[in-house]
Ligand binder design. Structure first.
Ligand code: ADP
Length: 395
């Protein structure tokens, strides 16, 4: 069957049409600048990338343009919308209500709405995508796949913060974790690819992209992860600070004369690799700058590697062992120096990597040496394929 995978943001929308039998991507692209002006990028498998500038005042026009492009007589991937059998939507926050993907119904939408204040920028946009698809393709089954669902197996000792318990009871303030679709996909694939015993496996997944998180997965179930109630906690990221001493917030507010929104803006958008280097949030830029002797870029890269190694060490303790450590996403798949740096802290685990094999980029590889006590691998993530599989499983 053909599954349309939709990832709807506040002013953008990414899509892929996937044949679930062959898992081939039939077409993919994105809409940008929704509500501003509008730009559609469309690429059919084997075809050229087409870019169309056209007004997209709302997500409705954007999705309509995607559907028109998919069924275009000359360049479309399908003849008519009848060939779309199901739609899978990425939904960022499922709170404690969703421990797995769910078929979209009126009640399900209501339950997602109740999670909106946990992800005020993301969930409302995801819901717009769901509503517009229901309107434009009535009768086509839809499924919501949550970023948080995979982490719902964490025990209270991992998800409770050291705050008054009433905040958890009344407001549901707790660790949720994100990138769950990726952590689930990659940890499952790691078990297969590395020939581990699914019922007796301890895997650490390092998802390192613009946003980054680490998770600890025992027998296929997440027991801890580095992101928290929001995606701000944990590792140093592209522009996000990751975990800091919370008292710094008041200190910055006073020194810089900022209100809480101003401080949050600094922590979300002006910190991380970008803030530390003063150069860029892109690891490629920092790699080049560090190679040319830029000390701030070098420090930022080293702080990221050090931070990842500390999470790995912590999760080895949490799981009382580890069978495999896996790197994924933009930095994890491509930046061999970060992988080498992280593994340089892990000799005490009996880990050794093959530096030559580790130079490969963006493909599924084992980078540990045959005598390494723990397997270390690179496994490219594929969140769209994971959403497609979840959708098929539910419809
Ligand atoms: P997102 O969280 O937006 O999905 P990605 O997973 O695409 O992010 O990762 C983006 C990050 O991956 C950027 O920091 C980028 O610099 C980094 N990256 C991509 N390709 C390379 C590469 N060849 N070498 C080093 N870093 C890379």
């Amino acid at each position: 069957m053909n599954v349309l995978v939709i990832n709807c943001g506040s002013s953008s929308l990414k899509y892929q049409l996937i044949n679930s039998d062959t898992e081939a991507v039939l077409a993919k692209g994105l809409c940008e600048r929704i509500g501003i002006d509008g730009r559609l990028v469309y690429k059919k498998a084997g075809g050229e990338k087409e870019i169309t500038e056209a007004p997209m005042p709302t997500h409705k026009e954007a999705i309509q343009m995607v559907l028109d492009a998919l069924t275009n007589e000359k360049t479309g991937a399908i003849k008519s919308l009848k060939e779309v059998d199901a739609i899978g939507h990425r939904v960022v926050h499922g709170g404690e209500k969703f421990a797995s993907s769910a078929v979209i119904t009126d009640e399900m939408i209501k339950a997602v709405e109740e999670c909106n204040d946990l992800a005020p920028l993301h969930n409302p946009a995801n819901l717009i995508g769901i509503r517009v698809c229901s309107e434009l393709m009535p009768g086509v089954p839809q499924v919501g796949v949550f970023d948080t669902a995979f982490h719902q197996t964490m025990p209270p000792k991992a998800y409770l913060y050291g705050l008054p318990l009433d905040y958890y009871k009344n407001y549901k303030i707790r660790r949720y974790g994100f990138h769950g679709t990726s952590h689930s996909f990659v940890s499952k694939r790691a078990v297969e690819f590395l020939g581990l015993d699914k019922e007796n496996s301890k895997v650490i997944v390092c998802h390192l992209g613009n946003g980054s998180s680490v998770s600890a997965v025992v027998n296929g179930k997440c027991i801890d992860t580095s992101m928290g109630m929001t995606p701000l906690e944990g590792l140093i990221m592209g522009t996000r600070s990751g975990s800091i001493d919370p008292a710094i917030m008041e200190f910055i507010a006073k020194k810089e004369n900022l209100d809480i929104a101003g401080v949050m803006d600094v922590l979300n958008k002006k910190s991380g690799l970008y803030g530390m280097s003063g150069l860029s949030s892109d690891m490629r830029d920092l790699e080049d700058a560090a190679a040319e002797g830029n000390v701030d870029a070098k420090n930022a890269r080293e702080a990221l590697g050090y931070g990842i190694a500390k999470y790995v060490g912590g999760y080895v303790a949490a799981m009382n062992g580890v069978d495999a450590i896996v790197f994924t996403a933009g930095i994890g798949e491509n930046d061999n120096l970060v992988r080498e740096d992280v593994c340089s802290y892990l000799g005490y685990l009996g880990i050794s990597i093959d530096k030559e094999i580790n130079k490969k980029r963006g493909e599924e590889i084992v980078i540990s040496t045959p005598d390494s006590k723990v397997k270390v691998a690179v496994i490219p993530t594929n969140e769209e394929l994971a959403i497609c599989r979840e959708t098929v499983a539910l419809v």
